[in-house]
Ligand binder design. Structure first.
Ligand SMILES: Nc1ncnc2c1ncn2[C@@H]1O[C@H](COP(=O)(O)OP(=O)(O)OP(=O)(O)O)[C@@H](O)[C@H]1O
Length: 263
């Protein structure tokens, strides 16, 4: 049996107000995959991410995490981190204290947490800014703090909901390269929502193109995981072809969503 990180079996989500956020979805996510979720607004990208994070419960169907139930797999094996759209930092705390928060919440002593915080800050290139406050940071730096806070728990599954949407394109490209390097180095499994097909093309080993009314997976697109994700790739013909293919799928998904809405 191939190892799965997440297995989604006919999971469907209908909200209490009757809106069906997601039609039944079946999807297996394997170790080291980097899955990008793209699709028109309202197609259920965030809902799917929240089901995987166990922040939402499916209305029917079920999910497993490392072939077990969420509680059953245990905290030690299920090291799942979530990076949200907003960096959501505590303005009264330094960068170091913001990054340390998840370890403080777990009751980990400062002498154990200090080197881990330092390492997370070094990974995102912010060791020099450890004693600054959020108001003294640029938007890109704040997002780096948020990523360091996600990494400090040493996750084996990183979930990101449109994390770099508010940043300028160059900063976003740099952070995408950092995330790609991190994933390759730490064998991380990544699932992320993005409105940028360029970001999906750059980071993903598999892109799920979703459609709406109701939210569903419209198409899957595989990208060779062995391609190094760097500036050379971004400027290559291969990248241009992938972007064109994704663009076509996105148009088809949007048309399908519109047709379903008026049907
Ligand atoms: N808590 C909720 N209660 C009721 N309906 C919801 C709730 N959350 C999401 N929905 C609905 O479920 C559908 C999917 O929403 P979701 O936020 O997952 O879409 P999305 O693809 O992430 O959208 P966007 O790209 O605009 O962020 C939408 O129709 C939305 O209005």
């Amino acid at each position: 049996m191939q190892e799965t990180v997440i297995s989604i079996q006919s999971a469907e989500k209908t909200f209490p107000n009757g809106v069906q956020g997601l039609a039944p979805i079946t999807l297996d996510i394997h170790p080291k995959e980097r899955i990008g979720l793209i699709g028109p607004s309202g197609c259920g990208k965030s809902t799917l991410l929240k089901l995987i994070a166990n922040l939402h419960q499916p209305s029917s169907g079920h999910l497993t995490w490392w072939n077990k139930g969420f509680a059953e797999v245990g905290k030690e094996n299920r090291r799942l981190s979530f990076v949200f759209q907003e960096p959501t930092l505590m303005p009264w705390s330094t960068v170091r204290k913001n990054v340390r928060l998840p370890l403080d919440l777990e009751g980990i002593s400062p002498d154990v947490s200090a080197p881990r915080v330092q390492q997370a800050l070094e990974i995102v290139g912010l060791a020099h800014a450890a004693d600054r406050f959020p108001a003294q940071l640029s938007g890109g730096m704040k997002m780096r703090v948020s990523i360091a806070r996600a990494l400090v728990t040493r996750p084996n599954l990183l979930l990101m909901d449109e994390p770099f949407g508010a940043l300028d394109e160059l900063t976003r490209n740099r952070l995408d390269e950092d995330i790609a390097t991190l994933c390759a180095k730490d064998d991380l499994t990544l699932l992320f929502v993005t409105h940028s097909l360029y970001e999906a093309a750059f980071l993903s080993t598999r892109v799920m193109v979703m459609a709406a009314h109701p939210g569903r997976i419209f198409a899957e697109y595989e990208i060779d995981p062995s391609i190094p994700r760097n500036e050379e790739f971004r400027l290559s013909d291969t990248f241009a072809t992938i972007c064109q293919d994704l663009s076509k799928l996105l148009i088809q998904a949007s048309q399908s969503s519109l047709l379903a809405e008026v049907a």
